[in-house]
Design a binder for this molecule. Structure first.
Ligand SMILES: [Zn+2]
Length: 173
């Protein structure tokens, strides 16, 4: 049962949830309260409401693993809710400027981690293409070896040639 103070004034009146959202952004805070009281299931709440519930649990010291169970999401998704709610300590956010998602690894959020992996994969593929070009393979052969189009290969090679010409002095030093 809900334990809101205003309900104590009318203990005999049956309590029903409001049909309309009660807060800003369509957040039904009574539904949030009811979830916190284990009075309703998480699937009755919107993502914003689950975010509020997760934030409320976090503020009262509930471990993330436990609050994830209470709002019925994976732990990673619980961190996302908490990041959205702005309740995580500063060192729990992604280190990319203006990215306020929860940190997952390497100081980055899931999205920026994936971006970093793609960047690493891209530079490794470029390095391989350059190695193969240096050992005399044609763009067509390189294309097959790195699973990229011949156009991609010629783009990498010409971009490298431009940088090499401009940076020849630095590389020589
Ligand atoms: Zn990020």
């Amino acid at each position: 049962m809900p334990t809101d103070n205003h309900l104590k004034d009318a203990p005999s009146r049956p309590w029903t949830p409001p049909a309309d959202p009660t807060g800003p952004g369509g957040i039904d805070f009574i539904a949030v309260e009811r979830l916190l009281d284990n009075d309703i299931q998480p699937d009755a709440l919107s993502r914003l409401e689950l975010r509020e519930a997760a934030a409320a649990l976090y503020r009262t010291g509930t471990p993330v693993k436990e609050l994830a169970r209470r709002v019925d999401v994976h732990e990673a998704a619980a961190y996302e809710l908490l990041a959205d709610a702005g309740v995580l300590p500063p060192d729990q956010y992604c280190t990319i400027n203006d990215c306020w998602r929860a940190r997952r690894g390497h100081g980055l959020c899931q999205r920026h981690l994936e971006w970093e992996r793609r960047e690493v994969a891209r530079s490794e593929r470029e390095a391989k293409a350059l190695d193969l070009a240096a050992s005399g393979l044609s763009p067509e052969q390189i294309s097959k070896a790195v699973h990229r189009s011949p156009k991609w290969v010629t783009g990498v090679l010409s971009s490298y040639a431009t940088h090499r010409d401009h940076g020849a002095m630095e590389i020589a030093a």
